[in-house]
Design a binder for this molecule. Structure first.
Ligand code: 13P
Ligand code: SF4
Length: 377
């Protein structure tokens, strides 16, 4: 077994992708909900068609109730592509706002209300680090064409890198199609950054025996022989919200109520997806609960805000969190505080823009290619 050296990297890994974005002014910190809602509505009234608000399913109630569209990351990227408004206010995390900036026209601006909404999983595959790993991985399989696929949950520079190597972007709702596209073009797939979505997709394609893992932080976790022998190489990233779900949680739910149905997001561990009745993106989870018969029980294995929304939206269905009180909210999504929403909207109504997400032009074009390839599959 040939072990590889850990690459020396001189990266500037920071917690926030855009640490130049502005923090909330103190006068907005202690707004009461009622006053804040009135002020948000007044600003929206004034801004009219100039503004559209997109809200990811994991956003707080106080955000999604103001959203023009609520959806998963795929749905929101198609909404962004179709939006005519001058300003797209993104209730989501940085990588989603970047994708919206790439997809929208140059005369539209994308605003992320809070600079702190940075997804930790996206930070697990920095483009510089992947570029360095790419040299090692391609050297391990010199006769094979490797197609990189990055999950939407990654930054624009990594999307651009994937496009430059013939690859593309996928979301949790089309990962299997992205893999099929890649295998038509090449011999192997490098999938980043979510190893669980990668493993679950490999199973869906009956390719579970073709997996090698690549842990960029551990020399022992990078095996050139395995890369040479495997068709699917999985980057060792994960979502800490979805990793928390365990098979025991499903066993407990079923012991309590043998009729309960379990649906989980494919960012969950393989054994959890296998034990569940259904696995799917947040849009699939929403549709499944919307189509459930009254009185059915659905245990939901995903971020807790979505579970709470589903309880409110479908009171006729018994919607329960899969891991009870241990279920987590996403710390990155939670940073989009409604006080920030009030601030960016009121400022816009006064003609002042804050927290505009602008992907660098050289990355924008290539990352756009990777996104377009996804939208076409
Ligand atoms: P989807 O919106 O693609 O289901 O992804 C879930 C997620 O973790 C977003 O951060
Ligand atoms: Fe990132 Fe997980 Fe939060 Fe999604 S739920 S934004 S993958 S940390």
């Amino acid at each position: 077994m040939v072990k590889m050296e850990t690459a020396e990297l001189d990266t500037d890994l920071s917690l926030f992708k855009y640490d130049t974005l502005e923090q909330l002014p103190s006068r907005y910190r202690d707004l009461e909900e009622e006053e804040r809602t009135d002020r948000i509505e007044a600003a929206l009234e004034e801004l009219g068609d100039d503004v559209v608000i997109l809200g990811h399913n994991y956003q707080r109630r106080e955000i999604v109730e103001h959203a023009d569209f609520i959806g998963d990351s795929y749905q929101l990227s198609t909404e962004a592509a179709e939006a005519d408004a001058e300003y797209v206010i993104f209730g989501g995390v940085t990588f989603m706002a970047e994708s919206a900036d790439i997809i929208t026209d140059d005369d539209q601006s994308v605003i992320l209300p809070s600079m702190e909404a940075s997804c930790p999983m996206a930070g697990m595959a920095e483009a510089l680090q992947v570029d360095s790993a790419w040299a090692e991985i391609t050297a391990a399989a010199p006769d094979d064409e490797i197609i990189p696929i990055t999950y939407m949950n990654s930054y624009a520079d990594l999307k651009a890198f994937c496009a430059s190597q013939g690859g593309l972007v996928c979301t949790s709702s089309n990962a299997h199609e992205a893999f099929e596209y890649a295998f038509e073009k090449g011999d192997k797939v490098l999938f980043l950054p979510d190893k669980h979505l990668g493993e679950n997709t490999a199973h869906r394609l009956d390719m579970e025996d073709e997996i090698a893992e690549w842990d960029p932080w551990d020399p022992e976790g990078k095996d050139a022989d395995e890369v040479a022998e495997s068709d699917i190489i999985l980057w060792d990233g994960y979502c800490q919200v979805h990793e928390r779900f365990r098979e025991e949680h499903i066993e407990e739910i079923r012991a309590d109520n043998p009729d309960a149905n379990v649906i989980v997001h494919p960012e969950c561990r393989r054994e959890v997806v296998e034990a569940a009745d259904v696995a799917g993106s947040t849009a699939t989870i929403c549709e499944t609960v919307a189509n459930a018969d009254p009185g059915e029980t659905w245990a939901i294995g995903t971020e807790i805000h979505l579970t709470n929304h589903l309880q409110r939206w479908h009171p006729e269905v018994d919607v329960v969190p899969l891991c009870g009180d241990a279920c987590m909210d996403c710390n990155a999504m939670r940073q989009i505080d409604p006080n920030y929403l009030a601030w960016v909207l009121e400022e816009l109504a006064e003609g002042r823009e804050h927290n505009v997400i602008e992907v660098a032009p050289e990355e924008k074009e290539l990352a756009g290619v990777a996104l377009d390839r996804m939208l076409e599959i």
